[in-house]
Design a binder for this molecule. Structure first.
Ligand code: SF4
Length: 215
């Protein structure tokens, strides 16, 4: 499940310690690994809350796209649905040239789930917007279209993690991350103004306008 939708699951997680840290799966680019389509980490290795580097977390990284398609590679985006639809055979993943990457994306997702199980991860900290790792907002079709379109949905790897009962959260879900921090650092005070990505003004404006257009 998405932790943003299930605060009770955050509440029920065990409290981690240095001796028994949380085992957390990271999108590999967010650990600074150069696994992006262009051979960089997209700058995603920086800027995460300090508590995520605490010894109370054991971090393991995996990139489902690089695992299957290598680096560099073309840019995958989902057409006709989100990651769940891809898993169900109702949507496809195409790159910017129209090449079908669906099979590789599903195989990469399966490898990520296998990796997560091997490492007994308790929850996953993922990027957003990615056709593999996105958990809140992803592109609706090719991201290089002008203007690009967005949809609320998950990427292929995020969908398969969810279906395997591995909770996921996006790095943009600040409210939920504050609640996770409180579990890891009980003497911390959560930021009362922190909000999750779907609560941001951009998300509310974009998706309410898109819903009106659809009517
Ligand atoms: S597939 Fe996931 S881990 Fe790999 S570069 Fe994209 S967002 Fe990062």
């Amino acid at each position: 499940m998405k932790l943003v939708d299930h605060p009770e699951v955050v509440e029920s997680l065990r409290a981690p310690s240095k001796e028994e840290p949380w085992r957390v799966l990271f999108s590999a680019c967010m650990l600074g690994e150069k696994v992006g389509v262009d051979g960089t980490d997209y700058g995603m290795g920086e800027g995460h809350p300090e508590w995520l580097k605490s010894p109370r977390l054991h971090r393991v990284g995996f990139c489902p796209e690089a695992f299957k398609m290598g680096v560099p590679r073309t840019m995958p985006d989902i057409h006709g649905g989100d990651g769940f639809d891809v898993l169900d055979g109702e949507a496809r993943v195409l790159d910017e040239h129209g090449e079908d990457l669906t099979e590789a994306m599903v195989a990469g997702a399966e490898a990520m789930v296998e990796f997560a199980k091997e490492h007994q991860v308790e929850w996953a900290y993922l990027t957003d917007m990615s056709a593999a790792c996105g958990t809140q907002v992803i592109f609706d079709g090719c991201r290089y279209d002008e203007p690009p379109s967005y949809q609320q949905g998950v990427g292929v790897a995020a969908a398969l993690l969810i279906r395997n009962d591995i909770p996921v959260v996006s790095y943009r879900d600040c409210r939920t991350l504050e609640q996770l921090r409180l579990k890891a650092q009980p003497d911390s005070t959560p930021d009362p103004e922190a909000i999750d990505h779907h609560e941001t003004q951009w998300c509310r404006d974009y998706f309410s306008a898109a819903a009106e257009t659809d009517q």
